[in-house]
Ligand binder design. Structure first.
Ligand SMILES: *[C@@H]1O[C@H](CO)[C@@H](O)[C@H](O)[C@H]1NC(C)=O
Ligand SMILES: *[C@@H]1O[C@H](CO)[C@@H](O)[C@H](O)[C@H]1NC(C)=O
Ligand SMILES: *[C@@H]1O[C@H](CO)[C@@H](O)[C@H](O)[C@H]1NC(C)=O
Ligand SMILES: *[C@@H]1O[C@H](CO)[C@@H](O)[C@H](O)[C@H]1NC(C)=O
Ligand SMILES: *[C@@H]1O[C@H](CO)[C@@H](O)[C@H](O)[C@H]1NC(C)=O
Ligand SMILES: *[C@@H]1O[C@H](CO)[C@@H](O)[C@H](O)[C@H]1NC(C)=O
Ligand SMILES: *[C@@H]1O[C@H](CO)[C@@H](O)[C@H](O)[C@H]1NC(C)=O
Ligand SMILES: [Cu+2]
Length: 434
């Protein structure tokens, strides 16, 4: 624990005055997000998909470090909803963070809520998504944070920048998938497709015509802002014949390193530079599962987009474009590649980390806790060996409160919410992951 004496308090006050003067050029950006059901056709079937402003994926927000976002969310859907600003450090704006019943009660159908927060000291790529039930399967978008005016990237400015949002698509209502899993205790159905910027791509039925195209010109260096917006699945990502130079992750710059493949866990982002240094043609960028768990079912399909040299496009060649080159992706269980990739990350500068440990904490994290209480019927315990498929920490599962958010209960000292029976272990994994 840090104890503030008067002297450091004065220093802090001076710092605050100074830093607010520094951010004089910061802007307040206002947006309106209307959450509504929209007809979206994928894999040959039209769904009433919950979207933001009728867009899937939702709008990309582009701000500068130091800017303030003010987003009015209007809920015209038939579900409770909240929006989470994934990765944003909510400094003194905890109520704008978004996880339902943690920092706020959900926005009910017909209701609205304004999120207001400042992004400070973070640059690169983040994203936003719904944080209520499984609405995030379709309610998500990119959040791009560029340097302040007068500042620049710590690498040469890319010619073009393209968000690459990797997603998961269910050929049914995703809310039904999680409700079914919660009812039966079985693991939720795996997705039917992965997507790049909302499109499954050439390898799926009825999808070829809409495959995402990412343009490039010979000789130029572009940036791909890769985001894993999947709900549950770590994903490999590769571009045929092209090397990728990682320059940032989760809105922090990294020491650059070059790789042929990325692996992103759900929620992670990775910014890479890609050079148009190959013969002008069409190249697939592809993503598929990294599955470390043995014997657990997973979606083993592959999503693709096309990196297209402009001189090799259909338009340039009067619609006689080449079949794209396909990258060979790592095996689903290629943990060595994942380890090598993860171990390549370095900070740009030397960072002092605390080395004196005051307290050691020991956590076990599990999936598949045996959790079928005697009073539960068999039909609610259809997980492996008659269990309920649950996530746990130190053998305890988390259950959301139903009447107040944790933050409100903590702030207002409302009993029975934060410090009450938070350790009931009868919930389902599906409602716990975020
Ligand atoms: C929606 O949220 C309200 C609280 O804001 C809660 O009472 C209600 O149970 C929620 N509905 C669902 C379907 O979760
Ligand atoms: C989950 O998969 C099973 C087996 O394929 C299917 O019968 C069921 O309808 C699916 N559930 C949902 C909600 O789509
Ligand atoms: C994906 O899994 C199915 C069975 O669920 C199997 O038939 C198919 O061969 C697998 N495909 C790949 C590419 O591994
Ligand atoms: C990965 O899967 C293959 C089969 O697809 C298997 O032969 C191999 O032993 C597995 N490797 C590991 C490390 O589990
Ligand atoms: C189910 O039970 C059997 C017999 O006790 C055991 O061998 C197996 O590992 C169990 N499976 C799981 C997924 O726990
Ligand atoms: C974990 O919790 C269950 C009850 O939820 C209990 O039966 C089991 O013994 C616990 N396991 C450990 C290692 O504490
Ligand atoms: C709020 O819900 C908790 C259980 O989640 C319950 O214990 C508590 O009594 C409730 N408080 C009020 C004021 O309704
Ligand atoms: Cu998130």
């Amino acid at each position: 624990m840090e104890i503030f004496n008067n002297f450091s308090f004065i220093l802090l006050a001076v710092f605050l005055v100074f830093s607010s003067a520094l951010s004089a050029d910061a802007e307040v950006q206002r947006h309106k997000f209307v959450i509504e059901a929209t007809k979206v056709k994928r894999l040959c079937k039209t769904h009433n998909t919950i979207t933001v402003n009728g867009m899937f994926p939702g709008p990309t927000l582009e701000i500068k470090n130091g800017d303030t976002l003010e987003v009015l969310v209007v809920n015209k859907a038939r579900y409770n909803v909240t929006i989470h600003w994934h990765g944003v450090r909510q400094m003194r704006t905890g109520w704008a963070d978004g996880p339902e019943f943690v920092t706020q009660c959900p926005i009910r159908p017909g209701g609205s809520y304004t999120y207001r927060f400042t992004v400070q000291g973070q640059e690169g790529t983040l994203w936003w998504h719904a944080h209520s039930s499984w609405l995030r399967a379709t309610v998500y978008g990119a959040l791009i944070i560029r340097p302040r005016d007068g500042e620049s990237y710590p690498f040469p400015k890319p010619k073009r920048e393209t968000p690459i949002m990797l997603g998961e698509w269910w050929d049914t209502n995703p809310i039904d998938v999680v409700r079914e899993a919660t009812r039966t205790g079985a693991a939720p159905n795996v997705s039917d497709a992965y997507t790049i910027n909302g499109q499954p791509g050439d390898l799926y039925k009825c999808s070829s015509k809409e495959t995402t195209i990412v343009p490039i010109d010979s000789g130029e260096t572009n940036m791909l802002r890769v985001i894993n917006a999947a709900l549950n699945q770590p994903l490999f990502f590769k571009v045929a014949n092209h090397k990728l130079t990682v320059v940032g992750a989760d809105a922090s710059y990294t020491k650059p390193f070059t790789t042929s493949v990325l692996m992103l866990g759900p929620g992670q982002t990775t910014d890479v530079l890609i050079r148009g240094d190959q013969p002008p043609s069409r190249y697939y960028m592809a993503a598929r599962a990294y599955q470390s768990a043995q014997n657990a079912p997973f979606d083993n399909t592959t999503t693709t987009a096309i990196l297209e040299y402009n001189s090799a496009s259909c338009a340039a060649k009067k619609c006689n474009a080449a079949t794209p080159v396909m990258p060979s992706l790592p095996a689903y269980n290629d943990t060595n590649t994942v380890t090598a990739f993860s171990q390549s990350f370095r900070s740009r500068q030397k960072v002092e980390v605390p080395t004196d440990i005051d307290e050691n904490l020991f956590f076990t994290i599990g999936l598949g806790l045996n959790n079928c209480p005697p009073n539960f019927r068999k039909r609610r315990c259809q997980g492996p060996n008659g269990t309920r498929f649950t996530a746990s920490m130190n053998n305890v599962s988390f259950v959301l409160p139903r009447n107040f958010s944790l933050l409100q209960a903590h702030q207002q000292g409302i009993p029975g919410v934060c410090w009450g029976n938070r350790v009931i272990s009868h919930t389902n994994v599906a409602s716990n992951l975020s």
